[in-house]
Design a protein. Structure first.
Length: 254
């Protein structure tokens, strides 16, 4: 069933820094729900991400998408329109992210929805591209039951986003220790994550004993999930979303 939802922007205090704006949606009415962190692409908390937050809430969860760029100024809260100039700006912003800061932000989001949005029980994470990278990191650091990760960049290669000083892939053992169930989606024709990288990610998860499944969609490109984007692939988007729903229902409950 699909739930009626309520949604709003909120400000969350994190370590005394500039308040972090986050978009929160949950089923209307009383009752506690599991929480899902939604981690954005390079472009930040855009309307596409907000729509995804609402879709997650309609499944019966308290969903929250944080603006992880908040330390760079409140103007980042609205996200970035897709353009070459904003791509450069986005890489500048992600270059300022730190593992300590992102962990603090994600923990603050979880605490906020537990205190103010009746979130309780288990927590999951959903991430796209940069957000998939962030979700992989989250699975290694915070208390999660499940992670649904779409085309995560820069996991096996040092130097970008949170793969500093070493690749995030080296944190895979921590995911196994936390027993997070992982579901990863890849695009065969991805210009960011090639077959070699996909193989290295799968090998690391298997070697560490992480409960996981990887799905590679043939003939599709990076960013296939969002309908407004040129690489959108309806079949891959619908199949992946059905798998996300199954994962969260099994691991988080409703």
């Amino acid at each position: 069933m699909a739930y009626e939802i309520v949604a709003q922007d909120v400000d969350i205090e994190v370590d005394g820094s500039i308040p972090m704006t986050a978009y929160v949606a949950r089923p209307a009415g009383a009752g506690s729900r599991p929480a899902v962190l939604v981690c954005s692409e390079l472009w930040g908390v855009t309307e596409e991400v907000r729509d995804t937050v609402r879709q997650v809430a309609a499944l019966g969860y308290v969903a929250v998408a944080p603006n992880l760029y908040h330390r760079s100024g409140p103007e980042t809260a609205a996200g970035l329109a897709e353009s070459d100039a904003n791509r450069e700006r986005g890489f500048e912003l992600l270059g300022r992210l730190t593992r300590e800061g992102v962990e603090a932000d994600l923990r603050a989001c979880t605490a906020y929805v537990r205190d103010h949005a009746a979130a309780t029980g288990k927590t999951g994470v959903l991430g796209f591209s940069l957000g998939g990278h962030i979700a992989y990191f989250a699975a290694s650091r915070i208390d999660l039951a499940a992670a649904a990760i779409f085309y995560p960049g820069w996991l096996p290669v040092a130097g970008t986003a949170l793969s500093r000083p070493e690749p995030l892939l080296e944190s895979t053992g921590s995911i196994a220790e936390r027993d997070v169930r992982m579901l990863l989606f890849f695009a065969e024709l991805d210009h960011v994550i090639d077959e070699d990288q996909r193989g290295r990610i799968g090998d690391a998860l298997t070697a560490a004993g992480v409960r996981h499944e990887t799905v590679v969609y043939p003939g599709v490109q990076h960013a296939f999930f969002f309908p407004e984007r040129a690489p959108y692939d309806k079949a891959a988007a619908e199949d992946s979303w059905a798998r996300v729903r199954t994962l969260f229902a099994a691991e988080l409950g409703q």
